[in-house]
Design a binder for this molecule. Structure first.
Ligand code: SAM
Length: 172
């Protein structure tokens, strides 16, 4: 199980970026997102709608208490931060983990997260975005194979085209 813990969601301000975290997590092979910060049903509903149409097993769960999510997690935890150890130095070790909780922040991440995470991992030492950091992390974790993942029970699928857009709808 590869899960993502999104810290510090703010209703209104973070809707778009948190939705994108969930979309990227789903599309790039993660199984679940724990949403912490302010409760926001709109994000959960919109991702449920995407999963219903585009298939696969993916869940978004609101958990107010991120400490409890970290504490009860069975496997290792990897917090993505520009101040952490370089991804390239740690990725082989991380690939061995069966259950991994990938933690991404918003504006300010509590220092406790840096201390209690098993790994603090940087996707370059430059400031950028939680969506970009998560996408690169998952792609390196799965070595690109996540791009070929089949999403079961999809009602809709893209038929790849050199130009233009084509989708196919499944009956039933
Ligand atoms: N000063 C923050 C930090 O500690 O990385 C930057 C905040 S940034 C707007 C929000 C989130 O993006 C961070 O909490 C982190 O999860 C992720 N992020 C941004 N740049 C990153 C990088 N170079 N490596 C890993 N994660 C990064």
């Amino acid at each position: 199980m590869i899960a993502v813990l999104r810290l510090g969601h703010r209703v209104g301000r973070d809707v778009r970026i948190t939705t994108h975290i969930c979309l990227a997590a789903r599309a790039l092979g993660a199984d679940k997102v724990f949403l912490s910060g302010e409760r926001d049903e709109s994000v959960i509903k919109s991702i449920e709608g995407v999963t219903k149409r585009w298939g696969g097993k993916f869940e978004v769960e609101y958990r107010k208490d991120w400490r409890a999510v970290m504490k009860s997690w069975k496997g290792k935890t990897a917090h993505l931060t520009m101040y952490g150890e370089p991804l390239n130095e740690k990725i082989q070790l991380l690939r061995k983990e069966k259950d991994l909780l990938v933690i991404v922040g918003a504006e300010k991440v509590p220092s406790e997260v840096y201390k209690s995470a098993d790994f603090n991992i940087s996707i370059s030492g430059q400031p950028h975005s939680e969506v970009a950091a998560l996408a690169v992390f998952l792609d390196r974790l799965f070595e690109g194979k996540e791009l070929e993942k089949a999403f079961k029970n999809a009602k809709l699928r893209v038929v790849p085209q050199p130009h233009g857009k084509l989708t196919e709808e499944k009956d039933g």
